[in-house]
Design a binder for this molecule. Structure first.
Ligand SMILES: Cc1ncc(COP(=O)(O)O)c(C=O)c1O
Length: 394
């Protein structure tokens, strides 16, 4: 934002800013150290060295080997590589996923359905939790892959990944988790998570945009989607984005190191904000699981208002939030996630996602509440919709 107006950014699930320490670590690789990692001269060798160091650093955080880390252009590409990569290598089969996945997963699965694969989209409960027993029941002799997200980008609910991974392992079925939203705050130790494939994203963890990772367990066969020079162990051809890889690895190092303290701070801010909003603004309620949720996620429905209007009024006051996921913010349909947790159309329409971040303070959230309360009151005065409490859920 260009003006001097006070601004409060509460859309950290869409993207975080890039940490200054990360930017500084990246700068040399735009400047003097611009070599292509595949060149054989010193410029190339220096670039190769820093990519190797970055890969080792990420592998250390995931408790895996560097050869199991594939750098990509972001969450969407990693998800595509995981799901299509398994599907194309098997040739046919059945995939299990959930109704609340990010469009990167849902649209990829729909594409595969048009190409001969079958897909089961599991329901979730009212808090957005996938029941591992439902995963178990959906398995058929043709199931080749289970893909369930680690944490939901809209309502913040954390899924029982370990349990689902256990079931997948017992049946010898590959398990992918989209961990884009979990990258900065949850455990990424793949030896405990029971995952075979895991998608990570740089832009949610105070790293740069346009860089991702697909963790691929040793022994998992993927069909690459991008063919060419054979980079990234032949899984993702194309000259590596060296500054972004360096930045992503640095961002993960900082997040990993500071996670314990920062999560505690975020959870306190989150829970105080939830309590205060619900206490102060009538006809408001929390979406997502009350405790099994990302430390920075607050998703609240305000009955009898349109989320888009709330977003625009808050934006006028310098406060950035989102309705549903960033990708669907421009559409007027209700979010598929709120639909899946059972909200009726009118009840889901006034839902706002506030995702707090490293720079959010107690004062910021107090200010947001003082601005939000009259906005909701004003919008309700002119609203033709009056939803009764009994009409919230389907
Ligand atoms: C859960 C989840 N998966 C996938 C993505 C896609 O990541 P990208 O936009 O970096 O491709 C996002 C980004 O919002 C996300 O939150």
């Amino acid at each position: 934002m260009k003006s001097n107006k006070k601004t409060i950014y509460l859309d950290n699930a869409a993207t975080t800013y890039t940490d200054e320490r990360v930017v500084n670590a990246m700068l040399p690789y735009f400047g003097t150290m611009y070599g292509n990692p595949h060149s054989l001269h010193s410029y190339g060798l220096d670039a190769q060295k820093v990519v190797d160091i970055s890969r080792e650093s990420v592998a250390h955080i995931l408790s895996c080997t560097p050869q199991e880390i594939i750098f990509t252009s972001g969450g969407t590409e990693s998800v595509n590589l995981a799901i299509k990569g398994v599907a194309f290598s098997k040739g046919s089969g059945h995939i299990i996923t959930s109704k609340i996945e990010h469009p990167a997963v849902l649209r990829t699965c729909e594409f595969l359905e048009k190409n001969g694969f079958t897909v089961t989209y599991l329901n979730v409960d009212k808090d957005g939790i996938v029941n591992p027993q439902d995963v178990q029941k959906a398995i058929t002799k043709n199931t080749i892959l289970i893909s369930i997200m680690y944490a939901n980008n809209e309502i913040g609910t954390i899924e029982p990944i370990q349990d689902i991974g256990n079931i997948a392992r017992k049946h010898n079925i590959l398990f992918h988790t989209d961990a884009c939203q979990a990258t900065g705050s949850l455990s990424l130790d793949v030896s405990h998570l029971n995952v075979d494939l895991m998608t990570l994203n740089g832009s949610k963890v105070y790293g740069p945009k346009g860089v991702g990772i697909l963790y691929t367990r040793n022994g998992v066969t993927l069909q690459p989607l991008i063919h060419g020079g054979g980079q990234e162990f032949t899984m993702r051809s194309g000259t590596e984005n060296v500054p972004a890889i360096v930045g992503f690895a640095k961002a993960m190092e900082y997040a990993h190191r500071e996670k314990k303290k920062e999560n505690k701070r975020l959870i306190q801010l989150r829970d105080t904000f939830i309590t205060n909003v619900i206490k102060t603004i009538p006809k408001s309620f929390l979406n997502g699981h009350p405790t099994e949720r990302l430390p920075n996620n607050v998703n609240i429905s305000f009955l009898d208002v349109e989320g888009e209007s709330v977003l625009l009024y808050l934006n006028e006051k310098g406060i950035a939030v989102s309705t549903g996921s960033a990708c669907s913010s421009k559409e007027l349909e209700i979010s598929h996630v709120l639909d899946a947790i059972g909200l009726k159309h009118d009840a889901a329409h006034g839902s706002i996602r506030f995702t707090i971040g490293r720079k959010t303070t107690t004062q910021d959230l107090k200010y947001v509440l003082t601005v939000l309360t009259p906005i909701i009151e004003t919008l309700r005065r002119i609203s033709p919709v009056k939803v009764k409490k009994s009409e919230i859920r389907k």
